[in-house]
Design a protein. Structure first.
Length: 227
């Protein structure tokens, strides 16, 4: 399998992260539907470290979210958007191939400029082997990490008794700005570093929740120097 990452990539012997995704997916926000003028009774706004179950966003990743979105406050995550739930879904799905399963969705609060991120998990057939698309910078995290100005992906191999201790289960965690592609607003390198930091945070949280041996080879802090 390859690591070529493109918006039209397919999983037919090449690595598929399926980055195109349908933009018609309903934007059911982490804390509400986002389409009503009046906020629901349980609507809350929280800090980045409180998102997605409370153990997915590190302090570094929370700072990175501000770089990406311009906000340090976000809609509170719905109960189903947690690393714990995503891990349970992954265990249930394994070993079937999957594409773009939600870990969490992150939304800026009502009354502020709209911005939403989609964090996903996927299972790959093997480690990344071929060159990434030019928009990405490759980083040394797990099997590989790649970062662009509006997305990042981390690939790691997991051995865990929760998965029956197979030789390797290849997991892909993605973070993507869920919007039509535009020219980056801000420093290109800073944006790449920020997306990579958020992707690392979710990847490490997933690896820990899965009980991966040696945390899937992921470092405790994001590695942002190019590979």
């Amino acid at each position: 399998m390859g690591t070529v990452i493109s918006r039209e990539s397919a999983r037919r012997g090449l690595l598929s992260v399926a980055m195109a995704g349908s933009l018609l997916v309903a934007a059911t926000g982490c804390g509400g539907d986002g389409g009503e003028d009046a906020a629901p009774d349980d609507y809350k706004v929280v800090a980045g470290t409180q998102l997605c179950g409370g153990n997915a966003v590190s302090s570094d990743a929370a700072k990175a979210l501000k770089v990406i979105t311009g906000s340090s406050r976000f809609e509170a995550s719905a109960d189903e958007y947690t690393v714990k739930q995503a891990t349970a879904d992954l265990i249930q799905a394994y070993p079937r191939a999957t594409v773009n399963n939600d870990v969490c969705r992150i939304y800026t609060p009502r009354g502020t400029p709209d911005f939403d991120l989609r964090i996903t998990w996927d299972l790959a057939d093997g480690p990344p082997t071929s060159d990434s698309d030019p928009e990405f910078t490759e980083l040394r995290m797990g099997e590989l990490a790649v970062a662009a100005t509006d997305k990042a992906y981390v690939f790691f191999a997991c051995q865990s008794n929760k998965l029956g201790f197979p030789p390797d289960v290849h997991v892909v965690i993605g973070v993507r700005h869920w919007a039509m592609p535009t020219e980056p607003e801000g420093d290109v390198q800073e944006l790449k570093d920020a997306y990579a930091t958020v992707a690392h945070s979710f990847s490490l949280a997933m690896a820990k929740e899965l009980g991966c041996k040696n945390n899937g080879g992921l470092p405790t802090k994001p590695v942002l120097d190019p590979a």
